[in-house]
Design a protein around this ligand. Structure first.
Ligand code: HEC
Ligand code: HEC
Ligand code: HEC
Ligand code: HEC
Ligand code: HEC
Length: 234
């Protein structure tokens, strides 16, 4: 009888351990699969951010010029790539898809990495106008040959920064090329200097009332991000 009891007890313990381990791994797998971290789809052209930025010093804004003015950041068009590649490395196999796209007047279909659900509102402009660097959200893009998603786009992550921006914000850097300092000469855009900005820019700028240069809003003082539901969900 005693032996029988022990056997049952052992089985029950084993069953509980087994269920816990399975549930935990299932949850982990599920969580990981929806996190998208490391997502790196194959693209129509093997485009390397590193090759373009590291040696030739191109700024993010040079290609993603809409980020500063709009909600959405653009991916450059074939035409934008061809301003250089019509003459540069044009014979290369890697440039072939670009040539084809140009000749056929067709659009290259880049696969998206960062994508929020449709019910969430996000604005690049609003974040860039307070001097938040791209790397705060996208990581060190300039060091990678093939891009992958480095961060979850969860509500928790958005709110973590909105509550304590000083913990998460990387201040604007030269490589982004975003316009951060209002210049004394009112007709000039001043972009970040080569000097790395290392301290948070709280209170550096006054909030400017709808002033803009060439469609780009003036930089303004960094405040906390909103936490009310309607800021992100209509
Ligand atoms: C301002 C000029 C310029 C623009 C605009 C530009 N590139 Fe380049 N690209 C270069 C230079 C310079 C290199 C050579 C980099 C190296 O290997 O040193 C290069 C290299 C490449 C290569 C590798 C070619 C090879 O044979 O190794 C590919 C692919 C490429 N670019 C794709 C693109 C795409 C796609 C775009 C548009 C999104 C683009 N480039 C826009 C200047 C440019
Ligand atoms: C020469 C043009 C060029 C420059 C300069 C450039 N990019 Fe890109 N970027 C692209 C192209 C083309 C793609 C689409 C292909 C890909 O995902 O690799 C892209 C994709 C991206 C994406 C992924 C978008 C998505 O969700 O699918 C991010 C994020 C990004 N770039 C950030 C940056 C940052 C940050 C910088 C500056 C450090 C930068 N880029 C500089 C051309 C450029
Ligand atoms: C505060 C965080 C944050 C900052 C700062 C930021 N991005 Fe993004 N980026 C996002 C999010 C979130 C998305 C997905 C947006 C969506 O799906 O609507 C995104 C999407 C993109 C895309 C894909 C196209 C699009 O707009 O959906 C590109 C390209 C991109 N970002 C480039 C940049 C560049 C270049 C910079 C700096 C000049 C930058 N981002 C700064 C969070 C950020
Ligand atoms: C790295 C920090 C950071 C991250 C990450 C971040 N935000 Fe923000 N966000 C801010 C700050 C700071 C502001 C306040 C800007 C100001 O003072 O105007 C802000 C403002 C906003 C606003 C108000 C914009 C306006 O027009 O006034 C919205 C909406 C918003 N964020 C949505 C999001 C969403 C959605 C995400 C996640 C995908 C996100 N943010 C991630 C720092 C962040
Ligand atoms: C800073 C921007 C931001 C604010 C403020 C915000 N949300 Fe969200 N919310 C998001 C993002 C981004 C997602 C999508 C990613 C995710 O599911 O985590 C989301 C997703 C959701 C979802 C869907 C969850 C799911 O699993 O599909 C609900 C419900 C939601 N939010 C409710 C709220 C409510 C209620 C509030 C106010 C208390 C609120 N949100 C405030 C950014 C925000």
């Amino acid at each position: 009888m005693d032996n029988w009891d022990k056997k049952i007890k052992k089985r029950i313990v084993l069953f509980i351990v087994w269920t816990a381990v399975t549930a935990w791994s299932a949850f982990w797998l599920y969580d990981y699969s929806i996190s998208n971290i490391g997502f790196s789809p194959s693209q129509p052209v093997q485009f390397s951010h590193k090759a373009h930025i590291e040696k030739y010093g191109m700024k993010c804004i040079f290609c993603h010029y809409n980020a500063e003015k709009n909600e959405f950041s653009n991916i450059p068009s074939t035409h934008a790539c061809m301003t250089c590649h019509v003459a540069l490395r044009n014979e290369s196999d890697l440039i072939k898809p670009l040539n084809l796209s140009q000749d056929r007047d067709s659009t290259l279909v880049w696969k998206r990495l960062y994508r929020l659900p449709d019910f969430v509102h996000f604005s690049h402009k609003a974040h860039l106008r307070v001097g938040i660097d791209c790397s705060s959200c996208h990581g060190s893009v300039e060091l990678t040959d093939s891009l992958s998603q480095i961060r979850r786009l969860t509500m928790k992550q958005c709110l973590a920064c909105h509550r304590e921006p000083e913990k998460y914000i990387m201040p604007a850097r030269d490589v982004s090329g975003i316009f951060v300092y209002p210049s004394k000469n009112k007709n000039k855009l001043v972009r970040v200097s080569d000097k790395a900005v290392s301290e948070p820019q709280f209170g550096k700028f006054k909030k400017q009332a709808r002033e803009s240069f060439h469609g780009i809003d003036m930089p303004c003082a960094l405040t906390r991000g909103p936490e009310n539901c309607s800021a992100c969900h209509y």
